[in-house]
Design a protein around this ligand. Structure first.
Ligand SMILES: [Zn+2]
Length: 62
């Protein structure tokens, strides 16, 4: 097995540094097949964006 893709990212499932980048947004662990798609925004960032929008509206109405 070659290690041309040096990974510094620790797998959240198995804890090994065997995660490789398969595409611009897709990361996969070679050890346990854990995959993460970064193209889908998490719910946390969506809540932050909505909070900023509400804050801007509140400032405009004040
Ligand atoms: Zn893993």
């Amino acid at each position: 097995m070659s290690h041309q893709n040096h990974s510094v990212v620790e797998c959240p499932r198995c804890g090994r540094h065997t995660i490789v980048q398969e595409s611009a947004t897709q990361w996969t662990c070679l050890n346990c097949s854990f995959s993460k798609d970064l193209s889908k925004p998490g719910l946390g960032s969506l809540v932050i964006v909505l909070g900023l929008i509400f804050l801007a509206i509140a400032l405009l109405l004040a």
